[in-house]
Design a protein around this ligand. Sequence first.
Ligand code: CTP
Length: 406
Amino acid sequence: MDCSLNLTDKLESQLSKDIINALVLCSKTAFESEYKIFLIGGVVRDLILNRKVADIDVTVEGDALKFCHILADKKHCKILQVQNDLKTVKARFKNNVIIDFASTRQEFYPRRGHLPVVVRIGCTLQEDVYRRDFTINALAMSLNENNYGDVIDYTGGVKDLENKTLRVLHDNSFNEDPSRIIRALKFAARLNFHRDEYTKEQQQKYLTTQIHNDISWTRIKSELKQTFSLNIPRAYDMFLANDTYKLVYGENPDIRGLEIKTLVDKYSPDYPWLVYLGTVLENKSIIDAFCFTRAEKKIFTDKEILLESNLNLHSTNYEIYKCFEKRATEAVMIYYLLTKRKEALVYLERLKDIRVELTGHDLKNMGILEGRKIGAILDEILKKKLSGKIITKADEERFVKQQIKK
Ligand code: CTP
């Protein structure tokens, strides 16, 4: 165990006064009530890396629920949420500081990739850190008065942070939780780290030898969402090069991440992460298992519809427009990436926002009463707008008047 690193200065420079005050209250209370408490996981990693800290996670050696009740009795915090089986607590301190408390625990996984069944709550910190994903996420920082700020490193995480290395803690890590394969991708992209040889071997072993159809796809989906929402081309390139896409039974489309990022930046779709994933994800049962929202699912059905369309070099702007108009922008982008058909770009760049400004109601007011005729004229206006022969609303009105005269 390495305790030579102390983060007291980093706490001061990277955390707000309010968070530091809350941590000091926790520390004092722990001392008085003889608990041992630690910052744990991502927060310690990010403090050492001088990165913005997202969440404050504290682990209590023992029962976090009992400890939080002591804090609450002293009016230091308000308990917001309790998860009784895991003995975790979300608490709010002064000025809206939120801290997540967990009890140290050892875990047992009944089925690969599913939430673990707890074996033992209140184990030692050392036993707790060995259930975690990578050495860089298995670091703790003491919040105890005798060694406040000391980093506790049972697994060599500090060295791995220095060497920018992602390393799993044991042979069973990916079996226990295959979403860690995607987490490795996320951290590699976000922090510009790489997996060590052992971790690569473990991943390859998992992907080639395991039958992984009973895993928790929602966790995998959540990690994929976080990873591709980073909009970092390297994440996608690694996803393909490292065979990670096989985890979701995908197809390697031989596309570069930069190509996708360029499109995403240009057309700002609502679900950028699904443009990345949608180029790879083919398997219908996995798509179902991901439990997409209706809007997300539409992207995949639209993609299939577009891949069956028969646009060609001679398609008119009107045909192109009609093919894409009802499809999700993400699906149009995926279609382009997979087929490289220029018509998709013509649509995104020039046609997508073209609309007929006159409505059926306007045409009625102008004296055209027959429904079918109204539809036909509006369609004719659209064709002319798409070919650039009609531009403004005044042009549209002029065209309608000509039709009435005829
Ligand atoms: N963890 C794990 N295995 C997982 C997910 C999480 O071992 N599949 C552990 C890691 O120790 C991690 C901690 O739980 O640091 C908290 O998880 P999470 O909040 O998802 O990750 P962070 O490391 O805090 O990363 P982020 O910055 O993305 O929030």
